[in-house]
Structure formats: C-alpha cells, structure tokens
Design a protein around this ligand. Structure first.
Ligand code: NAP
Length: 234
C-alpha cells in the first residue's frame, strides 16, 4: 500500500484530537473520530461537516476493553481495519500534586487512560496492520514524560507518559519488518482544556507532528519521539 487511507483517532471530540481529525480529513484520509461521549463526538463531527470535512463517528472509551473490542470490529467492517491509529486521549488529574502526596488511586486512574488505553487500542488494531503489512501508530505523549530533565509535580501524568514512550519503543521493535511505523509525538503546549488558554499553539498546530507521523512514507522513522517534526530527547 502506498499511502494511508483510513484512521482512528481517540479523544477526537476536542483539542489536539479534533485538530488531528481535521488535518487528516483535509489530507483525504477517511477518519473515524472517536469519543467517549456520543453527544460530544456527534457535535464535533457536525463541526467538521460544516467545514466540508466528512468524518465517521464511533463511541470509544479507551478504559473499557469491550468498548475497544466493539470499535475494532466496527473499524474492520467500515474501514477494512484502520491504516492509522492516533492514541491521543488522555487525562491530567494531578496538576496540584507532588510525588509524595499524590493518591495512588489517581495515579492508577491516569495509567488506565494514558497508558493502558493506548495499549488496548494497539492490541486490538495492530494485528490487522500486521496482516495487511501496513500501519502507522502515533502515541501522543508529552515532554512531561521525558526522563531527560524530568522535574517534580504532575506525578501520575508524567509517569503515564514516560511509560507510553516505553510502550512506543517496545511496539516499534516488535512490529519492525512490515511497513508498520510506531512513534511518539509531543504536540507542544497547546490551547485546549488540558493546556489552558495561555498556551501559544492552536489545536491544529499541536496536531501537526502527530499527523505528520501518521502520514509517514515507507521507510520513515519508527521507535522515535518527535516534536515539531524533529527528534525529541527521551
Ligand atoms: P483535552 O483537550 O483535555 O482532550 C482530551 C481528550 O481525551 C478529550 O477528547 C477527552 O474526552 C478524551 N478522553 C479522556 N479520557 C478518555 C477516555 N477514557 N476514553 C476516550 N477519550 C477520553 O487534551 P489535549 O490538550 O487535546 O491533549 C491531547 C493529547 O495531547 C493528550 O495525550 C495530552 O496528554 C497531550 N498533550 C497536550 C498538551 C497541551 O498543552 N494541551 C501538551 C503535551 C501533551 P472528553 O471530552 O469526554 O473528556
């Protein structure tokens, strides 16, 4: 296959995820915008439709294995299995917390969404990519997860993104060989509900590197961590 034709984006109803859906649809990719709340997902689909961008919608809660299985079955029928998976959905629960006072339950909840969610999606969708010998998996990570220069605060969030980076390397190694590329991307500081209003980047600017990785040609990098289309320290 020369180029990607279909994509699943998690957390596609707002922020960087919606930006990624918009950019992929503009590039001619058949996009499945997924969201845990069907009303929010349908509303975002209508927003894109008003811009002349026709995307599909399917509900998906990345913390729910059955929801992931339903999505995978639907994607197989509707898209022939997606060529692209963008693991974008994430939560940030411990803005005000330090490693010494964060609740273990809060760390666990964060890992459920930010690490086990992407792992579930990869386990559900990568076997089809292997069979078709084509796939692009992009894990939306953060410089907060980088071990180089790791600082205090946001402990559960940071740990989840460091682990997501590790998962990226593991799956890139395991899937090497066919035309399957697995990379992590930091969107930078983006004006979203998570990033806040002072952030300098628009959601589309934040989605630029994830979408660039999603559309990499054969022979492109795999097992890397990128920001602004350039390698970023782990
Ligand atoms: P956001 O505006 O808070 O959006 C997060 C998205 O994830 C929402 O669509 C949310 O759905 C969804 N989500 C959360 N839990 C989910 C679940 N269990 N199942 C399915 N969807 C779920 O965040 P954002 O700023 O766009 O962040 C997108 C990605 O970029 C994240 O991976 C984040 O860590 C990363 N990032 C962001 C920044 C930044 O400055 N914004 C910086 C570095 C990295 P609901 O609407 O239903 O809550």
């Amino acid at each position: 296959m020369a180029e990607a034709r279909s994509a699943v984006v998690t957390g596609g109803n707002k922020g960087v995820g919606l930006g990624a859906c918009r950019l992929l649809a503009r590039a001619g990719v058949r996009v499945a915008l997924t969201a845990r709340d069907p009303d929010r997902g349908a509303a975002s689909r209508r927003t894109l439709a008003k811009e002349g961008l026709d995307v599909l919608f399917h509900p998906l809660d990345v913390t729910d294995g059955e929801s992931v299985a339903r999505l995978a079955e639907w994607a197989q029928k509707e898209l022939g299995g997606p060529d692209i998976l963008i693991n974008n959905a994430a939560i940030l629960l411990d803005r005000e917390r330090l490693g010494l006072d964060v609740g273990i339950d809060s760390v666990r909840e964060t890992m459920e969404t930010n690490l086990y969610g992407p792992l579930r999606l990869c386990q559900a969708l990568a076997p089809g990519m292997k069979r078709r010998r084509y796939g692009r998996i992009v894990n939306v990570s953060s410089w907060f997860g980088g071990l180089e220069g790791m600082e205090g605060g946001y402990p559960g969030y940071r740990i989840s993104k460091t682990c997501l980076n590790a998962l990226t390397c593991i799956l890139a190694a395991e899937l090497r060989g066919g035309d399957i590329l697995v990379n992590a991307a930091c969107p930078g500081w983006v004006r979203t509900d998570m990033g806040g209003r002072s952030a300098p980047r628009s959601p589309e600017e934040g989605a630029d590197t994830p979408v660039w990785l999603a559309l990499l040609p054969k022979g492109g990098p795999t097992g890397g961590f990128f920001q602004d289309r350039k390698p970023h320290p782990w």
